[in-house]
Design a binder for this molecule. Structure first.
Ligand code: AHR
Length: 641
């Protein structure tokens, strides 16, 4: 008890000083002999990346910054869900979907607003509740836009405002002076003044004149990361950028496959102007996707964070067992995959490359890895068809793009994939840690490994310190074996912590309508991703079951990164003996993530309860003892001389 209370309040640096006096409560010392002049393996430059899909409102109401929910009125065939009619006292009107006045070839309906009675103080219109409200910040400019077509006799004006739910406060407002009888796009900038931060707000479009008007693609964006139009939320992008991820595996996950072929991620319907994207029911995770986060937006996200795309193409199998049989039935999906690669990486002179150029990105994106399907081991009916589907898709893709690397999602026998995608979800830190050595003995003769999804699933909505410890133990194993495990990504990455936002518990980063936070596991990931060298150093050690470790060397800077994971509730002294270098700089950097209890966690209300600390420590020589706090993840950064 004494120890636990102390750990809560002590800065990490104080542990070293206390180590001696608390040694009675310590585990026995571990000895790590690090051979700094030898190479056990090369660290893949792509080892730490991101995996992402539309789950837990990752994009809708999440990373994708659109604030209007159901902007094209396509979410429900009968009702304009998430929209309400506004009738100020004495005003009268109605609103309804009008499929007879479809907006365009892709968007098969529009919203008909009929204003029967209105005047200056009797305004009538529509309001959107957003995703868990519309966030208002002071002195902030939002871009509002919509398409409108007026019936004869109606000209507007239309007033566009961000208004508190009770109607009492207009945070920002602007006017569209006149609407015409042909569909046109209108845009206004809404700038708040000194409004306090709040979420109980709506986007409201009203008129004081009677008449009829049809609306579509009503959109509202706050400032976005890098100022991209149709872009991403700043705060979440900053958390992701800080991880320095090397790649992004997208678009799924189950989201790639859908429950049926019709609800797969049909990439051709996710590109071009947002007003021409029909959206689709994300039935794998039970909510509507506007497809605002479409193929090009995924790629621009990669560009913004300097990540390589790892593109998963649909492989003809959907979650409820519907599948395109190998042969002619699969052929259209093979063609879709070929076209998709051309859209991503083809020159602007190619058919799909020129479409990408017209969509605003003339330069091809760098592409090395293409994954064929997702978790196709679930295709088991009648013996399964993945082998044959993989072969057909692989042959076509490899024939056209021989230099790309192809990733299989399940074992195949007729072709040799370059990489195999393995997924590991464990329900306790013990299980994750117990597999930390599984790659040590894997033969190096087969394909390389992408651990495309993994997590210690302890904690909800986001992982706690116990999970972070399991994760860190597991990451020492992947890093040590990074000649084989060339890429890895935690999943799921994101969760909206508002009520009803989560479909899958234990997600790396949480957010609500206003703010976001990293879990302890997020900080563990960040430590592993940011601090590593390019070669793995051999370590000789005796077995201490609660201690996990790995050392890498950056050969350009001669920097050694030693990672230590102490899962025990007690101090863990570690005798570190470095050979193969003349000396080590007496000043070392120490980065530590620790907690007083494995249950400690971060949350939207306590976002930084468990975060790493960085200090400088003195090390006397190449051989010294460092004491790890209980429940801790440590990076020791040392300069070899
Ligand atoms: O990460 C959640 C889900 O787990 C993914 O969509 C799927 O690939 C896996 O089964």
């Amino acid at each position: 008890m004494f120890l636990i209370n102390l750990t809560k309040s002590l800065p990490v640096i104080a542990w070293a000083a206390l180590a001696a006096t608390l040694s009675a409560q310590s585990a026995g010392p571990a000895v790590l002999q690090i051979k700094a002049d030898q190479v056990a393996a090369h660290v893949s430059p792509r080892l730490y990346g991101l995996m992402s899909e539309e789950i837990n409102f990752s994009y809708e109401g999440g990373l994708y910054a659109e604030l209007v929910r159901n902007r094209t009125f396509m979410e429900d065939a009968k009702e304009p869900v998430h929209w309400t009619l506004i009738q100020e006292e004495g005003g009268a009107g109605s609103m309804a979907l009008d499929p007879s006045r479809r907006f365009n070839a892709a968007v098969a309906t529009s919203l008909k607003l009929t204003i029967a009675k209105a005047s200056g103080k009797q305004r009538v219109g529509i309001a959107n509740q957003g995703f868990w409200g519309i966030p208002v910040w002071p002195r902030t400019s939002y871009r509002a836009s919509f398409y409108a077509e007026a019936a004869p006799g109606f000209k507007g004006p239309l007033t566009v405002s961000i208004v508190s739910d009770d109607g009492a406060t207009v945070h920002a407002t602007a006017q569209v002076a006149r609407v015409t009888e042909i569909w046109q796009r209108y845009e206004v900038i809404l700038t708040t003044r000194d409004s306090p931060v709040s979420t109980a707000n709506r986007l409201v479009i009203t008129s004081a004149k009677p008449g009829t008007v049809w609306l579509s693609t009503v959109s509202l964006f706050p400032p976005t990361f890098n100022g991209r139009p149709n872009g991403n939320r700043n705060d979440i992008m900053q958390l992701l950028a800080a991880m320095k991820p090397a790649f992004l595996r997208f678009p799924g996950g189950n989201y790639l496959e859908g429950n049926t072929i019709a609800t797969r991620f049909d990439w051709k319907k996710t590109i071009g102007d947002i007003s021409r994207r029909p959206g689709h029911m994300n039935d794998a995770w039970h909510y509507w996707s506007s497809d605002g986060m479409g193929l090009l937006e995924f790629l621009e996200w990669c560009e913004d964070l300097h990540m390589e795309p790892v593109l998963a193409v649909y492989a003809g199998y959907s979650l409820h067992g519907e599948r395109a049989e190998p042969g002619p039935e699969l052929a259209p999906f093979v063609q879709d995959a070929l076209d998709e690669i051309e859209y991503v990486a083809g020159q602007a002179t190619t058919t799909w490359g020129s479409k990408r150029a017209r969509d605003g990105h003339p330069d091809p994106f760098p592409l090395t890895y293409v994954e064929i399907g997702n978790e196709d081991n679930f295709d088991r009916a009648a013996g399964g068809t993945y082998d044959a589907r993989f072969t057909q898709i692989y042959d076509a893709l490899k024939g056209r793009y021989p230099r790309l690397q192809y990733i299989a999602t399940a074992p195949v026998t007729t072709r040799v994939p370059d990489v195999i995608d393995e997924h590991y979800y464990r329900n306790s830190e013990d299980l994750m840690a117990s597999t930390a050595h599984m790659y040590d003995t894997r033969p190096r003769t087969g394909p390389k490994v992408l651990v495309g999804e993994w997590a210690t699933r302890v904690g909800s909505p986001t992982p706690n310190m116990s999970a972070a410890l399991g994760d860190a133990a597991w990451m020492t194993g992947m890093e040590r074996n990074s000649d084989l495990v060339i890429m890895s990504a935690y999943a799921p990455l994101l969760v909206n912590v508002n009520p009803g936002g989560m479909q899958w518990h234990t997600d790396l980063i949480g957010y609500d309508t206003l703010t976001s936070y990293g879990s302890p596991a997020y900080y563990a990931q960040k430590m592993f991703s940011v601090y590593h060298g390019d070669v793995v150093l051999p370590i000789a050690a005796q077995d201490v079951p609660t201690l996990f470790y790995n050392a890498t060397l950056d050969t350009r800077t001669n920097t050694i990164y030693l990672k230590l994971v102490n899962r025990a509730s007690t101090l863990q002294p570690v005798r570190i003996e470095i050979s193969g270098v003349a000396s080590v700089d007496p000043k070392a950097r120490l980065i530590v993530l620790n907690a007083s209890s494995p249950d400690d966690t971060n949350s939207i209300t306590e976002p930084t309860k468990v975060v790493p600390t960085t200090t400088t420590i003195d090390i006397p020589s190449r051989s010294f003892t460092h004491t790890c706090p209980p429940y801790s993840i440590t990076v020791l950064q040392m300069r070899a001389r």
